[in-house]
Design a protein around this ligand. Structure first.
Ligand SMILES: [Mg+2]
Length: 232
């Protein structure tokens, strides 16, 4: 079957995620020190991180919706610090703005720009990165976010939503992402072909399943697609 649609993971596929999150958490903490000092007086940066992780374990039903989860956590923090709910929205915004200050790989820009002439491109993400805020929305015809679908990768439902948005059958789509379980196993179970973005060049970790192709650089993706198109 001809490939007509490509879906991309965002975090750690088109940019490195962990330095961005670390910076966003640091900026949020600095903001608390100025505006809500009773909270940082009670928790160190590490202590606050542990507090948030514990909250996430408590509210696993919200793991597909990190925005709502974080706002609930902020409400909890406000209560504990003796503040009211006016902390929640600005506290989220401080984090969210910093969380979207990502450095898109040069190769990601080049790849998306080259591929969009030939394929319908979509983004499929479990996180709260915002492609418009980041300035890469012009590459994508659709963006599927777990918080809107109500299910996160690797759940087949989120890939089904991507196929519907792309107007294609599973065999006409390829999912491209870094996470062996969420991206590759999830997409494969939904019937899509898969390209594992293995930028750190690590061994494939899952015994039960292998990606249809692997790349250690995004620039290798077009050649993989060309080979598949030549076979079809
Ligand atoms: Mg990722």
């Amino acid at each position: 079957m001809t490939i007509r649609c490509l879906t991309f993971d965002l975090d750690d596929t088109l940019w490195w995620c962990s330095p961005v999150i670390a910076r966003a958490e640091a900026r949020f903490y600095a903001w608390l020190e100025v505006h809500y000092p009773a909270i940082p007086a009670r928790y160190s940066t590490g202590g606050l991180l542990e507090h948030r992780k514990a909250f996430m374990r408590e509210r696993t039903e919200l793991l597909h919706d990190l925005t709502t989860l974080r706002k609930h956590w902020l409400r909890r923090l406000a209560e504990e610090g003796g503040y009211d709910e006016s902390l929640v929205e600005p506290g989220f915004t401080v984090y969210w703005e910093a969380r979207n200050e990502v450095e898109v790989f040069d190769e990601a820009h080049a790849l998306l720009d080259a591929l969009r002439a030939e394929y319908r491109l979509g983004a499929v993400t479990n996180g709260n990165a915002d492609v418009r805020r980041i300035g890469i929305d012009h590459y994508f015809e659709f963006v599927i976010r777990s918080e809107e679908i109500g299910a996160a990768k690797p759940h087949p439902e989120i890939f089904a939503a991507a196929l519907a948005a792309g107007g294609v059958a599973p065999g006409e789509a390829v999912h491209i992402g870094d996470d062996p379980v969420r991206d590759i196993q999830g997409a494969a179970q939904a019937g899509l072909r898969t390209i594992w973005v293995n930028l750190r060049d690590t061994p494939w970790p899952l015994e039960a399943l292998a990606p249809d192709a692997s790349v250690t650089r995004l620039a290798e993706v077009p050649a993989v697609l060309r080979d598949w198109q030549a076979e079809s």
